[in-house]
Design a binder for this molecule. Structure first.
Ligand SMILES: [Zn+2]
Length: 327
């Protein structure tokens, strides 16, 4: 069940064999830089380079990433090994080694001066092929980790990159640090009348509603985080937390773990108590209310797991424009 749900999530789509064995090779980058079959995914300020659209793409609104031959990439700040492409329906054959490279402003402008062709993952999540979405999510998550983990947590020395970008090592004490990701739970809460609970976050524009979510704390299970976070944000206790699927959310470093839960038997739906800091408003919605109010209230964007959970409960896609984005 959860595998099928996860497979439909835009950023969980992947067609890359991460090929962890090859990461350890000392000559990996040296070899790949001269490998005419290898391709590089350039990253600039968290954005990737989108290829000029084909006629078919212009018609369907689809897009694909521009991958560059290693010899054509300007000097980069950081190079990462993503693995081997598994796609059989793209220009590059299955087995193509994929690298990512983080470019400075100057290098990015050298490669492609038109800033309109550099686009972020959120905007591209639903229009790229599986391979490109997975490679972009992998590259962005890993690059974000490097950007904030340049020093040894033990002694503060500057660390160096190893294992194709999958490790950093301290030259002073030899300790290694590994890329990390921060789990968060996001929960579709239903009551006895099969309504769902949506909240409006203080950080969002007014009138945007989504599922409640929060970070898992150290020493806590995902299931316990569901119960704690939902109580903190709504004042209500939930029960029967069930895992449905997950999606990476590298903005900058999360993985969203989607759950369903129901209001505990001794709780009253009307006793909602938004925390007033993170959550400003809470509302229960029937399916008819979601359909009727989509557009008047702004609902989760197409790239999000919140959207997928909502549609899973609704039993149908949200109407176009429900996320405030004009179709
Ligand atoms: Zn150290």
């Amino acid at each position: 069940m959860s595998f099928a749900f996860t497979a439909r999530l835009p950023l969980s789509r992947h067609e890359v064999d991460r090929d962890h064995i090859r990461r350890a090779s000392d000559t990996l980058f040296e070899t790949l830089r001269t490998d005419a079959a290898a391709r590089v995914l350039p990253l600039w300020r968290g954005k990737a380079l989108v290829a000029v659209a084909s006629a078919a793409e212009r018609e369907t609104g689809r897009a694909h990433l521009e991958l560059v031959r290693p010899g054509l990439v300007p000097d980069s700040l950081l190079t990462l090994y993503l693995g081997l492409s598994l796609a059989t329906d793209l220009e590059e054959p299955a087995g193509t080694p994929l690298l990512a490279t983080v470019l400075s402003d100057e290098a990015a402008a050298d490669l492609e001066p038109d800033e309109g062709r550099w686009i972020g993952l959120r905007q591209l999540a639903t229009v790229l092929p599986d391979r490109d979405t997975g490679a972009f999510a992998e590259a962005l998550a890993l690059a974000n980790w490097h950007a904030s983990h340049g020093h040894c947590p033990r002694c503060g020395a500057e660390t160096t990159v190893e294992d194709g970008g999958w490790t950093r090592r301290c030259p002073v004490d030899g300790s290694q640090v590994f890329p990390r990701t921060d789990p968060a739970v996001i929960v579709l809460i239903t009551d006895d009348a099969d309504r769902i609970l949506l909240g409006s976050n203080a950080m969002w524009e007014q009138n945007r509603y989504s599922l409640l979510a929060g970070f898992v704390e150290p020493g806590e299970s995902l299931e316990s985080a569901v119960l704690r976070e939902m109580h903190e944000e709504s004042g209500l206790r939930v029960t029967d937390a069930e895992y449905l699927g997950s999606q990476p959310w590298p903005f900058p470093a999360s993985i969203m773990c989607g759950f369903t839960a129901r209001l505990a038997d001794d709780q009253q739906p009307q006793d909602l108590l938004p925390d007033g800091e993170e959550i400003l408003d809470l509302r229960w919605f029937t399916r008819d209310e979601v359909r009727a109010e989509a557009g008047r209230v702004i609902l989760p964007g197409a790239a999000s797991i919140a959207r997928a959970l909502l549609e899973h409960w609704l039993g149908e896609p949200l109407p176009a424009g429900a996320d405030g984005v004009r179709a």
